[in-house]
Design a protein around this ligand. Structure first.
Ligand code: ASP
Length: 489
């Protein structure tokens, strides 16, 4: 990726637009797209609801057609951007890992880099889970005013449609099928691994193996293959830059469509009325816990471990954060994350290519935190007080399942099913009335699933990028250093 020219930071515009016109920096364009999308989505949602309320038969025909048409256009813009990102993932992940391993050479570099990376992933995920655990226990949003759990003695049949939706989103997956994620680490067929959207672990393992043996293949053919991989990588990066230019419009479309849809979900619903305060407090706990990890833990690591300026890193990562927020998918955001970490934060190709694809798949701090908060909340709702040993089980399961969660929207719902099943299997007899399953309370999570997914995905992506900076620094690089030319925007 090329180094971009310095911006005029005082005016907030880049001074070097070819036509002589001042160019607005990318991160400001993206932020504008995000805000515009939120406003348009809100207006669309409110308009749709108002016209439906004025005419319960479904609103006036003209209003229906116009709002549906606008929604479809915005949705299409968002989808085109998302498809563009997805298109890049497979070639980018495979070529960047192969080249990173080749650049590490024959020495002990791969093991050293791998060890540091995994240590960072495990450490920060554990930290995130503990933040969530402390806050959810302190606030206890699942416990009602009288001290009883929100769902104790409630008729859960009102949530049947939500449970069906959870089952649809998790596709009936539970512990045994979740283990298939780890089985997929060694794919029997590399082409089917590449076509399994969001599940990159198998592809990463194959790319690591190819890189490892390619560097040991001291033949002309091997060297030609390295050149070919490099060429594919360069082409992929050029396409990434084109897609990134469309980010402001794509993000606007994605956010507008999401907000309009979410507006309808949050419309007053008799089923949730009695639980509104509890669900609201739960969402707030999740957001505050994610905020603490994002705004306290991460900058402290940048400051004291990597010894770089956290503000500079937030600024460098702004496009990736906005993309993660609007797509709710860390896999789809990966091309943008790599571009930002390499070009804007100044981490080497070798470290970026190794740490980020792995991170997008196995390092999910926000997801791990959310899984823990959500599982403890559901237990509180059923009046189940978890002992220290049971909370430990939740922490360990959240840590392990977050590794296997795919980087796609709503993926952590499967992991929450796994955690709740593990907890239920370890409850003393009589803790729950006969036939009551903890997973049947998961309908409550759906109200705010999308906005919380957007927040946790941004945290997942940011933690990956901090990991890249930490590892780069430990390898003697100078990311975000003043000695480098300033980043664009
Ligand atoms: N959407 C998240 C991601 O892609 C995964 C999840 O927590 O559901 O990182």
């Amino acid at each position: 990726m090329k180094q971009t020219p310095p911006p005029d930071t005082a005016s907030g515009v880049s001074a070097d637009a070819p036509s002589g016109r001042p160019r607005v920096p990318l991160h400001l364009q993206i932020m504008a797209g995000l805000l515009l999308g939120a406003v348009v989505g809100y207006l669309l949602g409110a308009w749709g609801l108002r016209s439906a309320a004025a005419d319960p038969a479904g609103g006036s025909a003209a209003a229906r057609v116009t709002s549906a048409g606008l929604f479809m256009v915005l949705d299409l813009l968002g989808d085109l951007f998302l498809q563009g990102l997805k298109l890049i993932i497979v070639p980018l992940v495979t070529t960047s890992i192969v080249l990173a391993v080749v650049n590490l050479g024959r020495g002990a570099g791969l093991g050293r880099l791998g060890g540091k990376t995994l240590l960072y992933y495990a450490g920060t995920s554990l930290c995130a889970i503990l933040i969530g655990l402390v806050l959810i226990n302190a606030v206890a949003p699942g416990v009602g005013a009288g001290g009883a759990g929100l769902l104790v003695d409630q008729d859960l049949s009102a949530f049947e449609s939500d449970q069906a939706m959870v089952a649809e989103k998790t596709q009936g997956k539970s512990v045994s099928s979740f283990l298939n994620v780890f089985r997929a680490m060694v794919p029997a067929n590399v082409l089917s691994a590449a076509s399994d959207n969001g599940q990159l672990l198998g592809l990463i393992v194959v790319a690591l193996a190819v890189g490892y043996f390619l560097v040991r293949l001291d033949t002309d053919g091997g060297r030609r293959l390295i050149s070919l991989v490099q060429a594919v990588y360069d082409i992929t990066l050029s396409i990434t830059e084109c897609v990134l230019k469309l980010a402001p419009i794509g993000i606007m479309g994605l956010i507008a469509a999401t907000v309009a849809q979410q507006y309808a979900t949050l419309a007053p619903d008799a089923r949730f009325g009695a639980f509104a305060t509890g669900i609201g407090k739960f969402a707030l706990v999740a957001v505050v816990a994610l905020g603490v990890h994002f705004l306290v833990t991460m900058p402290l690591i940048l400051l004291f471990v990597a010894r770089v300026n956290p503000i500079g890193h937030y600024r460098a990562m702004a496009p990736a954060l906005a993309t993660a927020f609007s797509t709710a998918s860390s896999s789809s955001t990966l091309p943008v994350t790599m571009e930002c970490v390499q070009d804007r934060a100044g981490v080497s190709k070798k470290t970026t290519g190794f740490v980020l694809p792995l991170g997008a798949t196995v390092n999910m701090d926000g997801t791990a935190l959310y899984e823990c908060v959500a599982a403890v909340f559901i237990c509180q709702c059923f009046g189940v007080e978890l002992t220290l040993a049971q909370q430990f089980l939740v922490v360990v399961t959240a840590l392990l399942t977050s590794i296997g969660v795919a980087g796609v929207p709503s993926a952590s719902l499967v992991a929450i099913v796994v955690i709740l099943e593990a907890v239920q299997n370890n409850l003393p007899a009589g803790s729950l009335p006969d036939g009551v399953l903890l997973v049947s309370g998961m309908g409550l999570l759906l109200v705010f699933d999308r906005p919380l997914d957007m927040c946790r995905t941004a945290v997942n992506v940011f933690s990956d990028s901090v990991g890249a900076v930490v590892v780069a620094k430990s390898e003697g690089e100078s990311p975000l250093s003043d000695a480098r030319p300033p980043v664009q925007g």
